[in-house]
Design a protein around this ligand. Sequence first.
Ligand SMILES: *Cc1c(COP(=O)(O)O)cnc(C)c1O
Length: 422
Amino acid sequence: MPTLPKSSLAYAKEQDQKDKLAHYRDRFHIPKDEHGNNWIYFCGNSLGLQPQHTQEYILQELKDWANLGVEGHFEAKNPWMPYHEFLTDAMANIVGAKPLEVVIMNTLTTNLHLLMVSFYQPTQTKYKIVIESDAFPSDRYAVESQLSFHGFDPKEGIIEWSPREGEELLRLEDLETILDQQGDEIALLLIGGLNYYTGQYLDLKKITTLGHAKNCMVGIDLAHGVGNIIPNLHESGVDFAAWCTYKYLNSGPGSLGGLFVHEKHAYDKTLKRFSGWWSHNKDTRFNMRQEFDLMPGAEGYQLSNPPILSMAAIKASLDIFEEVGMQNLREKSISLTGYFEFLINEIDTDRIRIITPSNPLERGCQLSIQVKNADKSLHQQLTNNHIITDWREPDVIRCAPTPLYNSYEDVYKMTETLKTLL
Ligand SMILES: *Cc1c(COP(=O)(O)O)cnc(C)c1O
């Protein structure tokens, strides 16, 4: 059989036919235009699409609340008291952690603060925090406010790990230089494991080794990594990590986040932290005793009884991830994004350029397309064509074909439109 040219619709369709995960697309609500055609949704990096069965999961909890009231804590089909435990194993599998190390609670920035209460313990001489120069703003604000809280000047206290002049991506050897020169003054590295802007996936294990060699704590923001790459958090040795679940984990706007605390800290009762009744030993929580009995592991970071409706939406999504498996998703992702990259590079233009690493092991599904002269109208034109991407200042269109619900045909149609627009 003659092989189809890669830059043809027929080839894209053939890839979809061969794709063993293609049917998962039918398990999601895909927004449609006024003619009933599916949007091309490349924005799972910002807000993942809704699984079809999420409604059913949430309705179950509404029904149990209606029929059982407070008894639902123990009598609901999925009892609310231990509800977060129903999410732990799947969550741990996705980030490569032990169940002891993971919990779903609060939201991302809140969790970063709670974790820094434990893992940012500055002294007068060792107090600085390393972040990426293009760290996500919320992470930067969190770090600045932690520095101020401890009485330091944020301008003095933040060390930026920057790309070199004329480059977009970070180099590990530059982090090494920072640590060699200033390691004695650095208390914490807080790094986006997969940079939200460039899509660069950093080597977590190497970062951790470099940080630990200078007695720094190492924390990772996995907002763009979770459900996208396979971070092997336990094995990497990072001290802590936090993420949200509304991006690649499709749990709905503003849904709860997750956090990881490495097993080596699980039983350390000397770590400073902020506590609440949900950090207390489950067996005696309702004795309402005065003496606090801290739960080991990540669960000990919980403060409050959690919002079950949001957890139901997370469970709906994690059940799909359990079924499909991260390894399978990652394999498709590498192929799908590789195809996307190929088609973009075929376009004969100097108006756009991919800044994401070309090595699949150094990126997830997202490609960041830098637009010449920061011409934002290109993004608007894509949106007008129902191709949903997002614009990030100063000059990047982020496009994330997600392996769960995007097809090769989506990728083909997107790049055809892009070609026409250019
Ligand atoms: C999406 C994202 C956030 C968002 O924080 P919330 O507290 O969930 O609003 C923070 N940091 C990074 C790196 C992100 O990608």
